[in-house]
Design a protein around this ligand. Sequence first.
Ligand code: UGA
Length: 443
Amino acid sequence: MRITIFGTGYVGLVTGTCLADAGHEVMCMDVDSAKIEGLKNGVVPIYEPGLETLVKQNVAEERLLFTTDPAEAVSFGTLQFIAVGTPPDEDGSADLKYVLSVADTIAEHMQEYKLVIDKSTVPVGTADRVSAAIAERLEARDVNIDYDVCSNPEFLKEGSAVEDFSQGARIVIGCDSPRVEPLMRECYAPYNRRQEKLMFMDIRSAELTKYAANAMLATKISFMNEVSNLAERLGADVENVRRGIGSDPRIGYSFIYPGCGYGGSCFPKDVQALARTANDVNYDAALLNAVEAVNDRQKASLFTKLSQALDGDLQGKTIAVWGLAFKPNTDDMREAPSRALMEAVWAAGGKVKAYDPEAMAECRRIYGERDDLELTKRRDETLEGADALVICTEWKAFRTVDFRRLREQLTTPAIIDGRNLFNPETVRAAGLLYFAVGRADSL
Ligand code: UGA
């Protein structure tokens, strides 16, 4: 099958590469010519385990093509995936300008039937807008060409995107035309062999499914963070509570890890966008607003604890920070708790010495060269001359620590652990102050 993908960001590049790897001929289109040139040579602009190898293999086998030419991209595939970004606009709604501009491009160049697929996370009702944009442009061209628009939301997680693509729990497709089902079945056939994963439904339900899934997961996390704040105040240990409630299969163990707040490009943006959508239809989404508020408070809690450990005086202090990415196995720092922490440290007159296995270049890109930010080559270099340590991301490399050595290195022997990596007794036995999340003496 010949498939075109618009947008070589996370979703577009993973989708295009995996579909090519499954045997389809795929052309990825992007307006960023430097990125496209790089991709043609196997240079993947994001860190995603397994992706670069797959890109290289499929480019070499000429199943994965890249272009900046919209006419070539439109004529290539019967299937036209829209996987461009939907950044939040000023009021938190998803900005659809890129999605609608791709719809316009498709309609401008199409000469025969096309199935247009919304892959980006877009608000309920977007497929109707994409369809209207195509109809309008075709009318302006004074041509009558058939097309369909369907919704096929993506459920990939950064850091395990390639694996998620082939082993995802479901493939949701929202459509309103009998032409869509056979085409989408053919597209996903390689991933639908062992069990039926395709779920066909109406378009608006498919669009809402994406937001509901992310909002539900974000709700689980904020709920658990709320419980952790209660545990700190009640002298309970949230790690015991987590095991206790997760063992009930109706609740389950996943996404109930308390921490320093959820980040990334999806949960914060999607919870906000769904709350905006609710607002647009005059519904007060009280739960969604609370999920976001709890998360903001949780992100701020790292600094609150740090400040407490240093008796409220950050002026001239150096804070070691382990982990900059919003989660392990990615270099993505969008909405990362580390950013809220570092910005608060700087605002209070402190300095940061940080290490992350993947996200240091990204950190430099965001904050540039500044006197109060040092990025070190090795994890333990952050500790030299540091007053306290804050852990923001649960990278595997942070789990093994010589606490006695660490005790000697830090001026104020305090660890603020936003990810509950250690046994509090072990840390405290080495003479360190230990502020974790929802555990005894962490307040
Ligand atoms: C999320 C969803 O998990 C994907 O299914 C979805 O496709 C994707 O958004 C998207 O909409 O594109 P992602 O943002 O890559 O994926 O990251 P997650 O692994 O879900 O983690 C999100 C945040 O929640 C991280 O900051 C993580 O630290 C936090 N988290 C996760 C917790 O604090 N506790 C948990 O128990 C789980």
